[in-house]
Every structure is written in structure tokens, then in C-alpha cells.
Design a protein around this ligand. Structure first.
Ligand code: NAD
Length: 478
């Protein structure tokens, strides 16, 4: 049975979903999971909970933890990377420097790339770590699959395919679930939808949407005409049916799916007022100062809840008994919505993440339909072969078989949205590979927030001068 290495395993929600999915996949009984993180406290909490959960279900899975990258990679069949080098604290530090120089929400908040933990320029160490992991796989487990969950997936997976081409790599995101949110709002039976999405990570579009054999795009438009005026977001991430999504439908002729809605252009992101107008009151979407604060607070509460449950599990409390879990939640004052990860573990449903279904399909050979990030190699006609695209695919024992995208993406989507996004990815990836800091300056010079050469120089200098960015300074010779 497979051996799975998880890098950044202290990413609590992610790890617990993974463990839940493994337990629910009997075909993977007997697997060994090596949890790796640099934060020993978080790692320990996840390990305790993983073992307690497996014990409570009687599943046949073995877990151990390590702080050594080599140990997690050696002899693995699958290596999942979910690490965020420097953590959210580092991202906030860099965002703050950006704001000091006039870059609202930081230098990485760019047209078509507003997602607040999707750093393509400001977190050199994250990209360097992607390459280091891939190189170690090539050396220690050359047949292993590298499953990339950490962001930026578009830049990161493209970088890995170019820097370490011999490694098998696939990127995953759950953005395509937006299709089911649309179906739910429209009252459609999800089993009767025939759908495809295509594009780049966080830049995917609903290229096919049929219901009971008929084109169903008109139902989306009908929903807009009847319901959009009364729409209100339930949380900052609730944007699939926001005014922004329909504005993008109008501009590009197709529906943006998942995080793509967050990635619109400057005019919708200039300030909090604009964000609220397009992404809803009161947060203005996930990437405004208010929305992101909400997200960070939620993440912190989850980490605290995981630590608390781990402490109780270590004391021998049966934390995965639903009644006990409820009592603990109430006694510790953990909000209901935070404790739902426990409910999701104990329910029969899979988490919706694609990592375990991928491992299952490759290991057993039983085909699964997944949405993957892989090298294009002719899947999208208008995109170069060496660029990573996000498309549906059948995965089985032979590997990944992307679907033919039919009908194709609209010309407006390709030329007005994907091409400029591709161009910025190229600058960021080439900057890294060719050690060209001038390419990063070029990205900034195309940014309407840049008023002078000096401004771009100064912000980069201050970011590069952070102590943790010594490797960045060496890499670029600054
Ligand atoms: P987090 O900071 O809560 O967790 C990341 C973990 O990585 C931490 O436990 C940290 O200690 C660990 N880490 C840091 N440096 C490490 C290193 N050198 N080696 C091993 N582990 C290390 O972050 P998070 O919010 O869970 O996000 C993690 C990543 O996943 C981010 O890149 C985020 O953007 C991404 N993400 C991806 C998706 C997706 O669907 N693809 C969805 C959400 C988040």
C-alpha cells in the first residue's frame, strides 16, 4: 500500500480532511502516512488527532511524524505539499511593506491575481521550497507523485515542471466546487449536470454547462435577472453569484468559477468601497482588509480548536464521539462553525478535496474524474504546451488523462483574461529561473499603483532586506 508524505502537515484543516478521506477510502487500508512540519507543536497536535481518529474508527492506517524533509520524502509514493513558508505572519509583514509604498493590499495583489495568500513575487522562499521538494523527490523517490496544494499553484506547478521536469507533478484546488454552488442556487440536481471548467488555477471558466442534455447557461442568466438584486454574501468567500461574477460573465462571455471571481481587474479592487460594491456588504470579498481579517481569525480559531481537541485526546478523552465532541465544543466556547471539521470527519461524505481520490485512482486503477493542474501539452489549443492548465481529467492506474474541452473557451476568455495572466506568470517564473529581478520590476512597472521607478525599487529593496529573505538576496545578487 502507498506511503504518503505530507509536507506542512501542521496545516490543521487540510491534514484532518486528508486523514478523514483516507479513513473513508478502504481501498487504501494499510497505507503509511508520514506527517512533516517545521512547527513541532502543530505537528504533534495533528499526529495525536490522526492516531485518535484512526483508533476510533478501527481503520488500518499508520501515522508517524518527522521534522525532516528527507525522511518524509524518502521511499514515498506520493508527496503532498501544503506548507506555507513563513506562515501568514510573513505574508502580512510583506503586505504591510507594500502598503507603506502605496500598494493597497500589497505588491502581490495584482490584476487577475488578488488572492491574499497567493504570493508570486513577495515570498521567494515559498517558490524555492517547491523546487527543493521536487529536487529531493527526484533524488530520493524518483517514482513518487508530487501533489501540490500550497499556493501559488499556477506559478508553482509551472515552475516545478520547468526546473525539475523528471518529477511527476499535479496541482489541486477546490475552486471548481463553484459549479455545484451555481447548481444548488438554480435548484438543479447535481447528478444531471454535464459540466467542464478550463483555464489556469484561480482563472477557470465554465466552458460547458448542460442540464438533462440541454444547454443550461440561460438558467444562470435567469437567476441573475430574478435574484441578483436581493443577493447578500453569507461570508467573505461567498462570491460565486456576486455582482462581480455576473460582471465577468458580461465582459468575457463565460461564467468565472471559484476563486476566479476574486481575480477580476483593477477597477473592481481599487479600494474597499469598490470591493464592497462588487463583492458584497459588509466585507467586500475575501481579499479586502475586512474579509482577510475574518479569514485569519477563523484560521487561528481552527488551530486553537485542533490543539484543544489534541490535548483532550492525549488525556484519553474520546473526542471523536459526536456527543463528546459537542460537549467539548460548548465547554471551550468553540464556535459551531469552527467545530464542523469534526462533524465532517465523522460523516460518511468525503471532504471534497481531491488529494486522496487522486491517490486512490492511481493506486487501485479505478478511474476518478478530477480537476487537475498539469502541463498543457495540447489540451487547450490556444495555450503553449509548457504552461500548466487547470482542466477536468480522468485519473486511473495509467496516470492523468485530461478531457477534450468541448465547447472550447471563448475567445474573450483566452485573449482578454488568460493571456495577460499567462504573461505575468511567465515573468514571475522566469525571474526565478533566470535570476532576473528586473522581471519582477517589470511586473511592478505594469501595475497602475506604481507612480515611479523609485517606488518599485524601494518596495523591493525593503522586502529583500528582511532577515528571512537572505536567500532571495543571494539568488538575485542584490
Ligand atoms: P498555515 O500556515 O496554517 O499552515 C502551513 C503549515 O506549513 C504550517 O503548519 C507551517 O508550520 C508549515 N510550514 C512552514 N514552513 C515549512 C517548511 N519549510 N517545511 C514544512 N512545513 C512548513 O497555512 P494554510 O492557511 O493552511 O495554507 C497552506 C498553503 O495551502 C498556502 O500556500 C495556501 O495558500 C494553500 N491553500 C491551498 C488551497 C488549495 O485548494 N490548493 C486552499 C487553501 C489554502
Amino acid at each position: 500500500m502507498p506511503r504518503i508524505g505530507v509536507i506542512g502537515a501542521g496545516s490543521a484543516v487540510f491534514s484532518m480532511r486528508l486523514i478523514g478521506d483516507l479513513v473513508k477510502s478502504e481501498e487504501l487500508s494499510g497505507s503509511e502516512v508520514v506527517l512533516m512540519d517545521v512547527d513541532e507543536e502543530r505537528l504533534r497536535a495533528v499526529e495525536i488527532l490522526a492516531k485518535a481518529f484512526v483508533e476510533s474508527t478501527g481503520a488500518d492506517l499508520r501515522f508517524r511524524s518527522t521534522t525532516s524533509l528527507e525522511d518524509a520524502i524518502r521511499d514515498s509514493d506520493f508527496v503532498i505539499n501544503t506548507a506555507l513558508v513563513g506562515g501568514h505572519e510573513y505574508l502580512e509583514k510583506v503586505r504591510k511593506i507594500g502598503e507603506k509604498y502605496g500598494y493597497y493590499r500589497g505588491i502581490d495583489a495584482q490584476e487577475f491575481n488578488m488572492v491574499s495568500d497567493y504570493y508570486t513575487m513577495g515570498n521567494f522562499n515559498q517558490l524555492a521550497y517547491f523546487v527543493e521538494i521536487a529536487e529531493k523527490i527526484a533524488e530520493l523517490s524518483p517514482n513518487a507523485w508530487l501533489i501540490q496544494a500550497a499556493n501559488p499553484v499556477f506559478e508553482g506547478v509551472t515552475l516545478i515542471t520547468r526546473a525539475v521536469p523528471q518529477v511527476k507533478v499535479v496541482g489541486f484546488c477546490h475552486g471548481h466546487h463553484g459549479v455545484f454552488k451555481i447548481a444548488q442556487a438554480l435548484g438543479l440536481d447535481p447528478r444531471e449536470i454535464d459540466w467542464q471548467v478550463a483555464g489556469f488555477n484561480h482563472a477557470i471558466w465554465l466552458s460547458r454547462f448542460r442540464y438533462k442534455g440541454e444547454d443550461a447557461y440561460h438558467l444562470i442568466e435567469k437567476w441573475r435577472d430574478e435574484n441578483l438584486k436581493d443577493w447578500k454574501p453569507k461570508d467573505p468567500f461567498d462570491d460565486q453569484l456576486s455582482p462581480m461574477a455576473f460582471e465577468m460573465l458580461k465582459t468575457y462571455g463565460m461564467m468565472p468559477i471559484g476563486d476566479t471571481v476574486r481575480n477580476s481587474s483593477w477597477r473592481y479592487h481599487r479600494n474597499l468601497r469598490e470591493k464592497i460594491r462588487w463583492y458584497g456588504d459588509p466585507w467586500g470579498g475575501a481579499d479586502s482588509e475586512l474579509g482577510w481579517e475574518w479569514y485569519k481569525k477563523t484560521l487561528k480559531m481552527v488551530v486553537k480548536a485542533v490543539e484543544f481537541f489534541a490535548r483532550k485526546a492525549a488525556e484519553g478523552v474520546r473526542v471523536f464521539d459526536p456527543k463528546v465532541a459537542k460537549k467539548l465544543t460548548l465547554s471551550a466556547g468553540i464556535p459551531e462553525e469552527i467545530s464542523k471539521w469534526i462533524d465532517s470527519l465523522t460523516s460518511d461524505e468525503m471532504s471534497g478535496e481531491q488529494h486522496v481520490p487522486f491517490i486512490r485512482a492511481i493506486t487501485t486503477g479505478n478511474p476518478e474524474r478530477l480537476v487537475v493542474n498539469v502541463k498543457n501539452d495540447g489540451v487547450l489549443n490556444d495555450i503553449p504546451d509548457d504552461v500548466v492548465v487547470e482542466v477536468p481529467a480522468i485519473v486511473d492506474g495509467e496516470g492523468i488523462h485530461p478531457e477534450k474541452i468541448d465547447p472550447p473557451l471563448k475567445d474573450e476568455v483566452v485573449r482578454l483574461y488568460l493571456y495577460p495572466r499567462l504573461s505575468r506568470m511567465e515573468l514571475a517564473v522566469r525571474a526565478f529561473l533566470e535570476r532576473r529581478i528586473d522581471y519582477i520590476k517589470e511586473i511592478l512597472s505594469r501595475d497602475p499603483r506604481t507612480m515611479s521607478e523609485g517606488q518599485a525599487e524601494a518596495v523591493l529593496e525593503e522586502i529583500a532586506s528582511l532577515p528571512e529573505n537572505e536567500p532571495m538576496r543571494r539568488h538575485y545578487g542584490i
